[in-house]
Every structure is written in C-alpha cells, then in structure tokens.
Design a protein around this ligand. Structure first.
Ligand code: ASP
Length: 319
C-alpha cells in the first residue's frame, strides 16, 4: 500500500479526534481497511515500519488497547517496548516530564501513552519531538477507540453513515470513550443519542451535539446501533449511584431493548464488560454484538495510526 500522494497527513501526534478533519478521518480509515487485509493473511507481517521504534507507556490498566497497539506495531515490523507504572521509576516519584524525556533520548518514533490524568498526552506531546498517541487520558479523550468504533460501524453500515442513529448508554459522565465518539460520530453525520441517569451525565451535556434521554425504552427506539459503556466505578464519587441493582434494572441493555431498535441494530462496547450491570449476556454474546469485531478493528486502526505518525515525514512508505 502507498500513501495517497494528493493527501498529506500533517499531524505529529494523535491526541484527540477534535484535531482531525473529515479527510484525515477518511484517509486513516481507508488505510486501516488496507491493513485489515494483512490481518487476515496466514502470515500477518509486513516490513512497512522495519527499523521504527514504538514505546507503549501505560500508567493505567489496559487489556485491549495496549495489546492491540503492540500487535499493530509488530505486524508492521516495528520494534515495540512496554513501560508500565509498576516496575518503572514513576513508582520512585519521577515526573512525567523526566520519564518522557528519558524515553525520548532512546530515539523512539512514536510513544503511546495512557494516563489517569486528563491532558497527560498533550503535556508529553509538547515536550517530545517524536509522535505521541493518546491511548486514553483520564475522562478526557480516547481517540483510537472512537476511530476503531467508526471503522467497525463503517463496515457494518457499508460505508454509509448518513441518516444513522446511535445511542450511547451508561456512564457518560466519566467516559473518555463517549467524549471522543460524540465528536467523531457527529463529524461523520451520525445522529447521536445519550441515555443515562442524571447523575451519570456530564455537566454541560445540553451543549453536546446529542439528544439526551433518561428512559432506555424511549432512547433505544429505532436506533441503528447502541454503544453500551462500562460503569467507571473507579472514577465515581460515592453517592452517584445509590443502588447498582436499581441501575441494572433500568439501564442494563437486554434483548427486549434491542427488539425496540432497528432489526439490524449493532451493539458496541469498548470493554471491559460488566456483564449483568450495563449489558446482559444475551446481548454481549448475541447475534447483534460487534464487540469482538471492535477488537479486531482496533488492530487495523492502530496499525494505520502508527503508520501515519511514524512515516509522516517520509511521504509514505510502501507496505
Ligand atoms: N477501555 C475503555 C477505556 O480505556 C473503556 C473502559 O475502560 O471502560 O476508556
């Protein structure tokens, strides 16, 4: 594959989808579609990023995001190295700036960072000359999750986002996934609905480009897709949800809810799942579930992100 010569990816970093134009997004998703083909081959490796170095710097837990960046880098023949809080000098009190500059001195092409503080990725990007990818910063943003969700929906909807409606359900207040997705889905022409109890809606939600519901039956009616979110219990203050069983009774996505949506409705969840709390087993494992497709899309999409950032100054490398 060759980078389209008429198009120039200009971003050193990927910090949030808000920095991207529609052509940026379409170009990235096209490249991800090309890489998806590699992921289906018996030998899933190409030399595209041979000699490039990717550092995975995860200060917060991760299963899907970290593994898929690692797999993505390796499938493109980049060398990938992991640094976690446990086992690093962050545990001895080293600052984010000093850790970042130390990593940079080793000459990486891209640093992928996940951090519990909003703004941590931007802080690093301003100080490092290599590319920085935000793999989730506090409540703020998770751009590669939104991009992989768009990639999954693009395939489910045959590349036609226009006129589609998607419901985001659950703990929207604490969700970086919701923030990045609302922006990107609107950019792609998708009509967004939000459904949550009032205490799990963010301040200022009335200014988001979305229709807000608190009744799930009304919210799910005639939608083309539902994105259920994990209850972010680790980020919640006490008292937001007095009773988890009451929450699941009102907001856990069941097959009955799906029967109110469009017949071909797709169900997404960024993972990890709290089964029985925000999503039932029958939905998570049922025929409408796109959850494992999202995981596969994550590898292709992150290959595209690493490729674009690592070859930004090279006018495209052949794959
Ligand atoms: N994996 C996603 C994130 O890192 C969603 C979640 O943790 O609930 O934001």
């Amino acid at each position: 594959m060759t980078n389209d010569n008429r198009y120039h990816w200009k971003h050193k970093d990927l910090l949030d989808v808000t920095q991207l134009s529609l052509p940026d997004v379409q170009h990235l998703l096209d490249i991800a579609a090309g890489f998806q083909e590699i992921n289906l081959r018996p030998v899933k490796k190409v030399p595209t990023l041979k000699g490039k170095t990717v550092v995975l710097f995860f200060v917060e837990n991760s299963t899907r995001t970290k593994t898929s960046f690692d797999v993505a880098g390796k499938r493109l023949s980049a060398d990938t190295y992991s640094l976690a809080k446990t086992g690093s000098s962050l545990n001895k009190g080293e600052s984010l700036k000093d850790t970042g500059l130390t990593l940079q001195a080793m000459g990486p092409d891209v640093v992928v960072i996940r951090h519990p503080s909003s703004g941590a990725a931007e802080f690093l990007a301003e100080r490092l000359s290599c590319g920085v990818v935000n793999a989730g910063d506090g409540w703020h943003a998770h751009p590669t999750q939104a991009l992989l969700d768009a990639f999954t929906l693009r395939q489910a909807w045959n590349n036609d986002f226009a006129g589609k409606t998607l419901l985001i359900l659950g703990d929207i207040a604490h969700s970086r996934v919701a923030r990045s997705n609302v922006h990107l889905l609107n950019m792609l022409g998708v009509h967004v609905r939000l459904c949550a109890p009032r205490t799990l809606l963010p301040a200022g939600v009335d200014h988001w480009q979305a229709d807000v519901y608190d009744d799930l039956d009304a919210a799910v009616r005639d939608v083309d897709a539902v994105m259920a979110l994990r209850l972010q219990l680790e980020r919640q203050q006490a008292g937001l949800l007095p009773d988890l069983s009451e929450y699941s009774r009102r907001y856990c996505l069941t097959a009955r809810h799906l029967s109110l949506a469009r017949p071909e409705v797709g169900v997404l969840h960024p993972g990890p799942l709290n089964r029985g709390l925000e999503i039932s087993d029958e939905v998570a494992d049922g025929p409408h579930s796109l959850v494992l497709k999202q995981v596969a899309s994550g590898v292709s999409t992150r290959m595209a992100v690493l490729y674009l950032l690592a070859t930004r100054n090279e006018g495209g490398l052949s794959a």
